[in-house]
Design a binder for this molecule. Sequence first.
Ligand code: ATP
Ligand code: MG
Length: 434
Amino acid sequence: MQSVRGMQDILPEESKYWQYIHQIALNILESANYQEIKTPIVEARSLFERSIGEETDIISKEMYTFNDRAKRALTLRPEGTASIARAILQHNLCANNRTQKLWYFGPMFRYERPQQGRQRQFHQLGIECYGSNHPALDAEIIYIAWSILSKLQCGQVVLHLNSIGNSKERQMYSEQLKQYFLKYIKNLDLRLVQTIHKNPLRLLDSKESKLHEIISGAPNILQYLDNNSTQHFDLVQQYLTDLNVPFQVNNKLVRGLDYYNNTVFEFKTNALGTQDTICGGGRYDSLTQQIGGNPIHAIGWGMGIERLIILLKNHIDIINKPPCIYIATQNTNYIGYSLRILPVIQQYNLKYEIDLSGSSLTKQLQKANKQNAMICIIIGEEEITNHTLTIKWLEEGDQKTYSTASFEQLVPVIASRYKDKFTQNIYKAYSTCL
Ligand code: ATP
Ligand code: MG
């Protein structure tokens, strides 16, 4: 049996990178006072149709939809934003103008052609902030994404920033854009012509090479923004400068989903070929209204974890921590004696490996060395008879036998040898905590 096309196992070697991202992101999100939200993987199909937009790639060709036994049309979520908007309304989380700062991490599903950086099951880390349309919030959430990417050391990413205005401004701009693209209709195939009629904005960030030259001469959306939208965009840029976040304004950036207004942004890299966006987001002040509730100001972003990991691997190598303590038992009949050490080790969060192979002590010691353990606890026939255990320091090679009247003395024995180092380096290097 094989996993389903486009859906991958995440094996232990890979998991280290996931944990690393999780840990760094969590620290930054905690500091910014964000809280985790988890929503179901399955939602009503109509939720996505109404929010993401019928003419988008996701709805027109990428959704995993099926009917359940009661003939409900259900969908494996293609993204997190719509589900969280539903949850906000369903649980009245923004009652009395309360703000909500939420983060999520989980699998998303899109029926796309699998390739490097593009799977059918992929994962996103994202944040959603509800309850304010202040441009400082736009800058702050971008700053959070930027901080996470910088702290992760994933190489150079460039922040592209744009404003797509409100729906009225966008409509006017769309019309102008349509007229512009229609001038080139002779050179374009039917699919592109249909997009010109249905949603010309979508063509602006098209990856189609024959469109590049045409797009470069297209009208600029910023000329269609009114005072409010222009001021909002100017302030976002000002605040980003205050936060020392480098960015470049990219008037061709429109994003692939329909619910955005005003600020949109993407963090891009040139290390991943065409799958070049690591994180994308924007403002969506009318999303809750589109799915049947009151309008609530909101803004957020989503980060593709698999793409991020491809980048990370170019820059850092995360290795598994070795076990600190290797427990070698000469005769497995006495393994119960060895097991009694485990609660003591666990109390100090040290990593251990207990050898159940029954092979010779020499072989077990070789394995302990190979695994780069710091010490090997040896339980031989003699230790059992005398109620002792032997601690062998693997790097230095010396060993000493201790009475096991109290196993509790075990870790202090290790600690006293390495005094200062124990709490800092050694503890960090061998602890089971990240
Ligand atoms: P793309 O243009 O690459 O299709 P998108 O605009 O569809 O991206 P978003 O909906 O903005 O992507 O999702 C946010 C992020 O999630 C993307 O920037 C990307 O890092 C990641 N992502 C999106 N689709 C996939 C996928 N099929 N496989 C892996 N990662 C993905
Ligand atoms: Mg896509």
